[in-house]
Design a protein around this ligand. Structure first.
Ligand SMILES: O=C(O)CCC(=O)C(=O)O
Length: 242
């Protein structure tokens, strides 16, 4: 990979290595480039990850979306919240689980549970959370059901820029917009997505560990009919022993 100048000095760094989980792997950093650098398109075009700076993609959210603002403005509909007994939130598709309505499904015990919660109940659980309790992770689609202020903020995202990227790279439709509110230390285990992703960090920090597609077979994905389809069967412990 071509070397890219280090431009992180202009960013506020909210973490150091003590905030990160330890993995027995050698990491190479994903390049960080300003949105108007022509190399952004070169990276996207060659299916390589890139951190894009200065695009103002979600500026209204950066300016306003504190936890308090979200609580006041999210609206009255319920939100999808996952609960896990440990730090891992391994996605599963409940439509693939065996049941009397789905006799051909797979016998499966979900590793986490899902609850639909009002935003104020989620925030209360978050505020009152104590070590040893189930961890929480809200993963909610942003639809027109959210309150009017959040809708206005969403309309103010930099759609012109993102649509230009979609067009330039011949991507499919922009299909879903998810709001994630995580506790520090939560982990989404290794998986692949079926479409391109733009991820915008509004507050805090998130580490994404990406494996090259040429490692696909080493990741041992679950069979497609399994509730953990798209997830890797490789756990951290296994990876440390090979
Ligand atoms: O990183 C997460 O916690 C969820 C997002 C995700 O799984 C993804 O974008 O593929």
């Amino acid at each position: 990979m071509a070397s890219v100048p280090d431009i992180r000095s202009c960013e506020k760094k909210l973490w150091d290595s003590s905030n990160l989980r330890k993995y027995c792997l050698n990491f190479e950093e994903v390049p960080r480039l300003f949105y108007d650098d022509p190399r952004v398109d070169e990276f996207i075009c060659s299916h390589k990850p890139v951190v894009i700076l200065g695009s103002n993609l979600v500026k209204p959210a950066i300016d306003r979306w504190s936890l308090e603002y979200i609580e006041r403005n999210m609206g009255t509909d319920v939100n999808t919240v996952f609960f896990s007994r440990n730090h891992k939130f391994k996605y599963f598709d409940d439509k693939k689980i065996h049941s009397c309505n789905n006799p051909r499904g797979v016998e499966f015990s979900p590793p986490m549970r899902k609850e639909e919660m009002k935003i104020e109940d989620f925030m209360k659980r978050l505020r009152e959370w104590k070590r040893g309790e189930e961890r929480l992770y809200m993963q909610q689609s942003l639809t027109s059901a959210v309150g009017p202020n959040i809708v206005q903020d969403f309309i103010g995202f930099n759609w012109k820029w993102i649509n230009s990227k979609q067009k330039a790279h011949n991507w499919g439709k922009l299909t879903s917009n998810l709001l994630y509110i995580s506790m520090e230390g939560n982990v989404t285990p290794c998986h692949y997505d079926e479409q391109e992703n733009f991820f915008a960090e509004v507050h805090g920090y998130k580490r994404c560990i990406l494996f090259s597609p040429d490692q696909f077979q080493c990741m041992y994905p679950y069979p497609v009919h399994h509730p953990h389809d798209r997830q890797s069967m490789v756990s951290k412990m296994v990876m440390m022993t090979i």
